[in-house]
Design a protein around this ligand. Sequence first.
Ligand code: NI
Length: 388
Amino acid sequence: MPVKNRFAELLPEITAWRRDFHEHPELLYDVYRTAGRVAQLLREFGCDEVVEGVGRTGVVGVIKGRTDSQGRVVGLRADMDALPIIEQTGLDYASKTPGKMHACGHDGHTAMLLGAAKYLAETRNFDGTAVVIFQPAEEGGGGGDAMVKDGLVSRWNIQEFYGMHNMPGMPVGSFSIKPGPMMAAADQFDIIVTGKGGHAAKPHECIDTTLTAAQIIVALQSVVSRNVDPLKNAVISVCVVSTDSTAHNVIPQVVRLKGTARSLDPGVRDQLEEGIARIATNVAAAMGASAQVDYQRGYPVTMNDEQATEWAAEVARDIAGDVNLSMQPMMGGEDFSYMLNERQGAYIFVGNGDTAMVHHPAYNFNDDAIPAGSSWYAGMVEARMPAA
Ligand code: NI
């Protein structure tokens, strides 16, 4: 397995990049240091083109193969941003910025794709063009969408997209993938319940907003259990309940609810949006109150193309000997979905071993996964655009 051997050699260097990113986490679009370092390394590797500031702070590197007989272009994507979490790993390269932490392993994704870029620029053993894409703001800012809107696809004529995420609980360096939905559509909603505030000892002179909000919270679960096909998947979670009062004896005038709605299917997504509005407004009306519903669509479903999934699994199998094709989709969101909505492609999980879960303060990306991850990125280019 020549690809993998080279990455075993490059492991100390890639690990050093990864730990440097880990020590200097940046949030959302403010990934200036990370993006600057990525661009600098891509130039050192001898990429044919390095463009910064795509989708605000994204970086694109272009690597031409030894030949280009058919104008083929494959895009490989990694994310660069960290999370607003106080790190509790105790690592000697732990975050130097309190309250910011690489708790989702995007430091590892960026480093693995840099490793693949270095290898591809060295070997160029393919017929076409590899585009390495480093996006900002995966954790809620829609950086993938911003890069697409900034012309990512047309500017470099990208025909296929491949992305990867690490996954704790899977053996280190193993792979999991499935065709169809991999990650959920992640929407959010705000409900403002308005009644008539007043003295809590005189409820008959009020319209009780907290009781109305409680009825709405309970009734919303009937959308998932009673409206959505039981063989399909959906989640509605009400996560914030707040009022303008802090007193024990005041019925508040207004109660605000915030939550998230997840789905894997466009029809179910419509049902959630319609159902939340229907239940909130009508339950409120039944209680004599009113509800204002604001439903905001977030990241779309991360949908793996069937053919591209097979290609991705084939490369993973070459590296790891086996690939898990029977995984369940996950209800988390992922903004690589915006790229997959544009072109054929696939998103794969690489095992992070027995570590804390992503988004946990004790989580750390596992450097032992680097050879497998970098090999997969580079392998996708060589497999999809074999040398003439
Ligand atoms: Ni992540």
